[in-house]
Design a protein around this ligand. Structure first.
Ligand code: 7PJ
Length: 274
């Protein structure tokens, strides 16, 4: 399977690693805008050196309980970073649900939109359809502000799959070809630990929708709930979860710890291809 991603063609016959680059001011330092910019650029180059196949750049935290960021603030954060990375060897994905940010980011050089809102905002389908970029359609229940308050499903696996199937159809109708679309069950987005574990256990079924599956489990609270570890001590759990996702068909894993994930994937690839 191949993913068309602007001028890139991603070969998904082997799982790919998407490295996370947050362009959000560090609340523990008093660094200004330039600090935020330069540490994001530095981090991006490090992730490429570590073996990232693509980068996911985000200017608004979508973690549970996080505050929304204004459109202009988000643009001011991410555009200089995307422009600053022009010419890098891997595709850049923009993590946003805002159509204005999607359009500007693609114009600045991004070739994929990673939307936790699955292009449901007004104008989002059109923003992606008007480009050659790829898109990741993610499931969530509720908003980042409220989603962990009371996640509720009859059958989480089939409800998430039905939603994604419908969003793929809507995206195709809007003119986004199937070979530009990725789906993601949205671990941690309006899900209890049990829901997240069900989704990971049954992840293979999502491949039946006929588009590549992306899994984002890195450092998430579900891993903390299982291990009792703080967010910065979830490396082993994150790598284990990413490998479980890959073994269940995930084509792309979205991770913070690229180097370690790439090493682990090399073992899987060696065994599978040996
Ligand atoms: C995800 C994401 C995810 C996709 C975030 C975090 C929260 N995009 N953006 N999938 N998670 N596609 O990284 O903990 O799981 S932000």
């Amino acid at each position: 399977m191949q993913l068309l991603c602007g001028s890139f063609k991603l070969d998904l016959s082997r799982p790919k690693v998407m490295g996370i680059v947050n362009v959000t001011p560090d609340s523990f330092s008093d660094g200004g805008r330039y600090d935020t910019f330069s540490s994001a650029i530095e981090h991006a180059y490090q992730l490429i050196e570590d073996g990232a196949d693509m980068l996911d750049i985000g200017g608004e935290s979508t973690r549970p309980g996080a505050a929304e960021v204004g459109e202009q603030e988000e643009l001011d954060r991410v555009l200089p970073v995307i422009e600053g990375l022009r010419g890098i060897s891997v595709p850049i994905s923009i993590d946003t649900w805002k159509p204005v940010v999607m359009r500007a980011a693609i114009k600045a050089g991004a070739s994929m939109v990673n939307d936790v809102n699955a292009l449901q905002a007004d104008g989002a389908l059109q923003a992606v359809a008007a480009t050659e970029g790829a898109v990741c359609l993610m499931h969530k229940q509720g908003t980042p502000q409220s989603m962990q308050q009371q996640p509720d499903y009859r059958d989480v696996v089939s409800e998430v799959a039905d939603f994604l199937k419908q969003r793929v159809a809507v995206a195709e109708q809007a003119g986004i070809a199937r070979d530009r679309i990725v789906i993601d069950p949205g671990f941690g987005f309006g899900k209890t630990l049990a829901h997240n574990l069900d989704l990971l256990r049954e992840l293979q079924g999502f491949s039946a929708l006929g588009v590549p599956v992306l899994a984002g489990l890195s450092r998430k609270s579900m891993l903390g709930a299982v291990t009792g570890r703080d967010v910065n001590e979830r490396l082993a759990a994150s790598v284990a979860a990413a490998m479980l996702a890959v073994q269940r068909g995930a084509a792309i894993v979205r991770v913070h710890d690229v180097r370690e994930t790439v090493d682990a994937l090399k073992i899987i690839n060696a065994v599978n291809e040996g």
